[in-house]
Design a protein around this ligand. Structure first.
Ligand SMILES: Cc1cc2nc3c(=O)[nH]c(=O)nc-3n(C[C@H](O)[C@H](O)[C@H](O)COP(=O)(O)O)c2cc1C
Length: 165
């Protein structure tokens, strides 16, 4: 059995959006969203480099990476820490690109970042410290998102259907 449990796989499969932190040459952090975050196998995550020049350049110098994936309704998620390999060709790269094509990603993919997950930490919102049940937390945030929609603060449908990742 690998490091990624069924529950972790479920959250990544459902959310797809991870925030990837890498280390810049001057030691400062670099954090950027990756909507192509996916489970590769029991020990690895991947994301597609569509336009992530900073992240990829950092990884070429220092392969250390952390990706956070959070369910914004349930306010729970995971911090995946590990070591990345940037794939630009070969059978693994081809297989990963094929998987993205199958799931509908049409953008050109420059490289695929393969992360060997070495440590996972659970993320739980402080809302849960208040004794709210999962159902109550879910209801609270669904209501909040619904009110944003109703107020017209979220993307119009045309933009949403054209989303990239
Ligand atoms: C919601 C969202 C999802 C994104 N997903 C990806 C992605 O999967 N792959 C990618 O290369 N860029 C993605 N981007 C764009 C990059 O995050 C963006 O170009 C960023 O500036 C890259 O910074 P970096 O080079 O430091 O990684 C996404 C942006 C947003 C807002």
């Amino acid at each position: 059995m690998g490091i990624l449990t069924e529950e972790m796989r479920r959250v990544v499969d459902e959310q797809r959006l991870g925030f990837a932190a890498t280390v810049c040459p001057d030691g400062t952090p670099n954090l950027s969203p990756k909507g192509t975050t996916a489970v590769w196998d029991d020990d690895h995550l991947i994301f597609a480099d569509i336009r992530s020049p900073g992240t990829v350049e950092n990884l070429r110098h220092n392969p250390a990476i952390e990706i956070n994936v959070v369910d914004p309704i349930l306010r729970k998620g995971y911090r995946f820490k590990g070591t990345a390999t940037v794939l630009t060709e070969g059978p693994q790269f081809d297989a990963a690109v094929a998987r993205y094509r199958q799931r509908g990603t049409r953008n050109p993919i420059r490289s695929v970042v393969l992360i060997k997950v070495e440590r996972v930490l659970l993320l739980v919102s402080p809302a849960c410290d208040l004794g709210l049940t999962e159902a109550e937390v879910r209801q609270r945030w669904r209501r909040h998102l619904d009110s944003l929609h109703a107020a017209g603060h979220s993307s119009p449908p045309a933009q949403r259907s054209a989303r990239v990742t």
